[in-house]
Design a protein around this ligand. Structure first.
Ligand code: NAD
Ligand code: WQD
Length: 349
């Protein structure tokens, strides 16, 4: 038991984080999980226990509570941190910018201070394609400019990416920075989506709530964009593929990874200190096409209405995932059809 790598996961009960716990526990790592349950619930812990047959070590802690977080660092000798915990609603960040800066920036700095104090220098950061400047044209690649972000949520991702790069260059941190954008669906045994009672933020949960009669119609935010059918274009990745990408990233760069043998050995210990990867499928689809694909699966019409644009929306956001394919030996393999079928099964429960 004690030769397992110990990984601190922040934001574990979230949509993406909870899937990560499953993947890591099944890949023979020990996870210690911290969440303040501000956008999730303890039900997720019961679901994880059902899948794993045991409950990972969990602490209901707000990352801004540095004393409580320090106690956790004192009790475990962490090898890595996976940082998911974040406030992530773009519209809310525009209404409460200071809350987003406090929650996402201040507490990340408290986490990094403790990492340095306890000599935990390895971190996988859950960033987002929102950091790419709007003037970049898709397909986006990792070397494109990342500034001039247009809302507080995107700003917090941009700032922490740059702080982590400085910590890598000047304080010996080793950072894997993962950018993704539109994760969809969930593990086939997933029981708790983002609280089904909440009005969803994202396209697919909205489409599925309309498809299952929980909402009357979908609002399509604008159809006057210079795209294939005048509606938005995005690249949607199944969350299970996304987690596999995180696992591959961790294993490629973790010096003592149980899977290290499956990758070419690195020349020297500190060959990299800050690496960014786009985790995306590399295929894009418009909103109207997503509606059509869903109708093919549910065999009925999805009612929708064209309304005005959302202020922060970009017409096209998709990327070139070549770097992750080549360097992580990772490729998203779950088809959109399979993700939609699984989503519909879940929402139709
Ligand atoms: P989520 O809201 O489902 O999960 C975030 C978790 O962090 C929640 O469980 C919440 O309770 C917890 N949390 C928030 N503030 C906290 C605090 N102060 N202390 C402790 N815990 C706190 O979000 P998600 O969709 O799972 O996203 C996870 C990460 O992936 C986030 O960093 C998000 O920005 C990033 N991301 C998400 C998407 C997406 O569309 N879902 C896309 C790109 C990147
Ligand atoms: C997808 C497309 C909408 C809902 C957001 C955040 C981004 C990232 C991922 C964290 C868009 C359209 C949606 C609806 C619609 N999160 N849409 N009607 O906007 O690409 O990105 O989530 O990093 O930061 O901005 O995702 O799912 O909200 O929208 O027409 O009811 O569907 O305009 O083009 P988005 P989304």
């Amino acid at each position: 038991m004690n030769n397992k790598k110990i990984i601190l996961i922040t934001g574990w009960t979230g949509y993406i984080g909870s899937h990560w716990v499953i993947a890591f526990e099944k890949a023979w790592y020990k996870t210690v999980i911290v969440d303040n349950l501000s956008n999730s619930s303890l039900e997720t812990l019961n679901w994880i226990e059902k899948i794993l047959g045991y409950k990972p070590d969990f602490f209901e802690v707000d990352l801004r509570d540095k004393e409580k977080l320090e106690e956790i660092f004192e009790n475990y000798s962490f090898d890595w941190v996976i940082h998911f915990a974040w406030l992530k609603a773009v519209w809310e960040s525009c209404e409460k910018p200071l809350q987003y800066f406090d929650n996402n920036i201040i507490w990340s700095l408290k986490l990094f201070e403790l990492m340095e104090k306890f000599g935990v220098k390895n971190i996988v950061f859950s960033s987002s394609a929102t950091v790419y400047a709007p003037e970049n044209s898709s397909p986006l690649v990792e070397t494109m400019t990342t500034w001039n972000t247009s809302n507080p949520y995107w700003r917090t991702k941009f700032l922490i990416e740059n702080i982590l790069e400085d910590l890598a260059n000047f304080s010996g941190f080793r950072v894997v920075n993962l950018r993704y954008f539109n994760p969809i669906w969930a593990h086939k045994s997933w029981e708790i989506w983002e609280n089904p009672e909440w009005i969803p933020n994202n396209l697919l949960p909205f489409i599925m709530k309309v498809a299952t009669g929980k909402l009357k119609e979908l609002k399509v935010f604008g159809n006057d964009y210079d795209t294939i059918d005048w509606t938005w274009v995005r690249d949607y990745i199944d969350v299970v593929d996304l987690i596999d990408g995180h696992l591959k990233a961790y294993e490629k760069i973790s010096p003592l990874s149980a899977f290290q043998a499956s990758f070419p050995p690195r020349e020297k210990e500190n060959e990299w200190i800050f690496e960014t990867y786009n985790l995306w499928v590399g295929k894009w689809i418009s909103v109207l096409k997503m509606i059509k694909e869903t109708e093919k699966i549910i065999l009925k019409k999805i009612d929708y209405k064209i309304v005005e644009r959302r202020a922060w929306d970009l017409a096209e956001v998709y990327c070139n995932p070549e770097k992750a394919f080549k360097e992580l030996w990772w490729k998203a393999g779950i088809s959109l059809k399979e993700s939609l079928e699984n989503s519909f099964k879940f929402y139709n429960k």
